[in-house]
Design a protein around this ligand. Structure first.
Ligand code: C2E
Ligand code: CA
Ligand code: CA
Length: 654
């Protein structure tokens, strides 16, 4: 099979040049001169062939007539000349069939004209008839209407008219006087007709070419993105359909979706022209990395897609994706001395072995992998695999059910305490969502939250959960705080954050008692937007905790830029705590760093006394985990707190 890149490569390069040219120049009606000459030749061809055919046929008749009218040596001379003219004309009739060169037509008309001229001159030379001098004028008119260019018309017409004058002069002044005005009139008419005819034909040819060029350009623009010159969404889908047909015939391929991280802030900060320049550069870099391996398309906004020929093994594909991400991460030097840094997330999917998937099913899977790449491992490409497939099926069912359920009654909150080891008591509870679905039974929160994030239902769900959590908090002691989880999508939308603030204000709970938990991925996908959202929450007096710290792309490098009050050290550290001394050192460093930055910390997922003991040794203060308590229903909290204060009292008494 011809590679996709080869098939579209030339066209794409042409489109790119075309788009640049269109932008740079307003002379859109300019047409290619070589093509113009070719088209002119094609338009004039029937005229020239008509001349050759008619003159050839005429001289066959003349050739025969010479046998009746000529005698002696005149017969072979005239018949020979007539015969040569007829044969030459008919040969040119053949020779110019399909001719696309003006030169070829010029040669034919020049030689035919000269042969006609020779016949008349020789005939007059052998037996001069003054009345036949008019033939020269007629010839001039024939030359003028049939010749291809003025460089044939002018010399042949002048030659014929000049010869007529010379012969008339030899015949005496009365004959010359008779022919002088006919000759002048003839040549003026001939040249005038030649000019008008040619300019009419050429104008028609030019107009047709311009129209064709515009049609062609419109066609190209319909398939290519005007900014980057890459195939657009429409031609991407065409390519994908072609690739899928190929896959059915055993030509597997890989599909990638690429989404830029951090493009929007650059666009907002520096304006659209810098944003455009950035996208153009991204397009160039993607093309450079992909090369002849496949097709790069821009689907819209900061979304790109690749169709890669052949199927790469997972490791190679992952390496390729990493190269791609590295390339996108290099600093962009844009106009006006602006330097920008962005990154890209990539999701891959292999075409399935039986090639049963449709284009939209392939895209859905690539998009799923992309979602993972964005959520879980920023910057690392993700290849859609069996695990994702199973998960997606589950998500599909969960998503459907979420939409059709009465979430107000099926969702509820459980609370898990966070203990201050120093004060030996619970200081806060994390609110954790639960869904007891009528159709599906209990659904794990990480599953339904992610499904809701994907489908956009999350903002509604967040509000339901927040209202329910705040109802419970109203019954707690006034110094008891609540931690509430926000999803990345909540932070990405200022209206969603505004609704959250309104809900808090309407609840009557002091916003200072609420701590919002956010994850790093939420911050990283659009840092500035997230900062704005956090400013709104902090503006109410609420606190911010950075959740799952250490599980992903954690970096203390940017923590000082975030308005966070607390770091939640991820459970994955606790599970390693007793196995590796290095983990103990890392957790100790994290705790110390939090102290230096005046941030609170909390260690999540502490399950055993041994873990707790180790953490106490290295200075941990706030702890959350099954060791102290599983998440509990709101109704159980009063009893839990009572028991705690009772224990506290016992300790103090002891
Ligand atoms: P998370 O925010 O990291 O929540 C902590 C999770 O760890 C909870 O799981 C909790 O039950 C579990 N956990 C607590 N202590 C221990 C322990 O000692 N051992 C172990 N193995 N696990 C422990 P859960 O409730 O299943 O929640 C899972 C995730 O779902 C949460 O992780 C959070 O990302 C998400 N989630 C839960 N509720 C909400 C919510 O209301 N909104 C949003 N946006 N996400 C939520
Ligand atoms: Ca949390
Ligand atoms: Ca967590």
């Amino acid at each position: 099979m011809l590679s996709l890149a080869e098939r579209t490569g030339d066209l794409r390069r042409y489109a790119y040049r075309l788009l640049r040219r269109l932008k740079a120049s307003h002379r859109q009606s300019e047409v290619d001169t070589a093509e113009l000459r070719r088209q002119r030749a094609i338009a004039l061809r029937p005229v020239v062939r008509g001349l050759c055919g008619v003159v050839g046929s005429y001289y066959i008749v003349i050739f025969i007539s010479h046998f009746f009218y000529e005698k002696g040596m005149d017969l072979p001379i005239m018949a020979g000349l007539g015969g040569v003219t007829a044969i030459t004309c008919l040969s040119f009739f053949r020779w110019t069939r399909g001719a696309e060169s003006v030169q070829r037509l010029e040669i034919a008309t020049l030689i035919v004209s000269l042969l006609m001229y020779a016949n008349v001159v020789v005939s007059q030379y052998l037996h001069f008839v003054p009345a036949k001098l008019i033939y020269f004028v007629l010839m001039t008119l024939v030359f003028a209407t049939s010749a291809v260019s003025l460089r044939v018309v002018v010399p042949t017409s002048l030659l014929a008219t000049g010869t007529m004058f010379v012969m008339a002069h030899h015949a005496g002044f009365p004959v010359l006087k008779q022919h002088i005005w006919v000759g002048v009139g003839g040549i003026v008419t001939a040249l005038g007709m030649a000019g008008i005819m040619r300019s009419t034909i050429f104008r028609a040819v030019h107009a047709r070419l311009v129209a064709e060029k515009h049609r062609h350009e419109a066609q190209i623009l319909a398939h290519y993105d005007a900014l980057t010159g890459l195939p657009n969404r429409r031609s991407f889908f065409t390519e994908l359909d072609v690739a899928l047909v190929g896959a059915k015939n055993g030509y597997a391929f890989d599909l990638a979706l690429i989404d830029l991280d951090g493009f929007k802030p650059v666009n907002d900060l520096y304006g659209h022209s810098i944003g455009d320049a950035l996208l153009i550069e991204v397009g160039k870099r993607l093309r450079a990395v992909v090369g002849s391996r496949g097709v790069v398309a821009r689907l819209g906004g900061d979304e790109f897609a690749l169709i890669l020929n052949g199927q790469m093994p997972d490791d190679d594909l992952r390496r390729f994706g990493e190269d791609l991400c590295d390339t996108l991460r290099q600093t962009y030097v844009l106009g006006g001395g602006v330097c920008a840094n962005i990154s890209g997330s990539v999701g891959f999917v292999h075409s399935d072995p039986g090639a049963q998937w449709s284009a939209s099913q392939m895209l859905e899977r690539a998009d799923y992998a992309l979602y993972y790449a964005k959520q879980n491992l920023r910057g690392a490409p993700i290849i859609f695999d069996r695990r994702h497939e199973n998960e997606m099926q589950d998500f599909g069912a969960v998503d459907q059910t979420l939409r059709s359920s009465d979430l107000e009654s099926e969702l509820y909150i459980v609370f898990q305490p966070q203990i201050d080891l120093k004060a030996q008591r619970t200081v806060s509870f994390e609110a954790l969502a639960r869904w007891q679905s009528e159709k599906l039974g209990p659904v794990r929160p990480d599953i339904f939250i992610r499904a809701a994030e994907r489908s956009g239902l999350i903002s509604d769900i967040t509000l339901i959960l927040l209202r329910k959590a705040l109802v419970a908090v109203r019954d707690w002691p006034r110094d008891m705080r609540v931690s509430f989880n926000l999803s990345a999508r909540d932070l990405r939308s200022l209206p969603a954050i505004a609704r959250i603030c309104d809900t808090v204000k309407a609840s009557g709970v002091d916003p200072k008692r609420i701590e919002f938990e956010i994850t790093e991925t939420a911050m990283l996908s659009d840092f500035d937007q997230a900062l704005e959202a956090l400013a709104l929450l902090k503006g109410m007096g609420s606190r911010i905790a950075l959740d799952d710290f250490g599980s992903g792309y954690s970096s203390f490098g940017y923590i000082h830029r975030l308005p966070v009050d607390k770091i939640k050290i991820d459970r994955s550290f606790v599970t390693q705590l007793l196995r590796h001394d290095s983990t103990v050192k890392i957790v100790k460093t994290l705790i110390d760093l939090c102290g230096n930055l005046s941030l609170d910390h909390v260690i999540e997922g502490v399950e055993t006394a041994a873990e707790l003991c180790r953490l106490e040794e290295i200075g941990a203060r706030y702890i959350q985990g099954y060791y102290f308590s599983q998440p509990m229903r709101a109704e159980a909290i009063t009893a839990y707190l009572d028991a705690e204060s009772w224990r506290e009292g016992l300790k103090k008494a002891g």
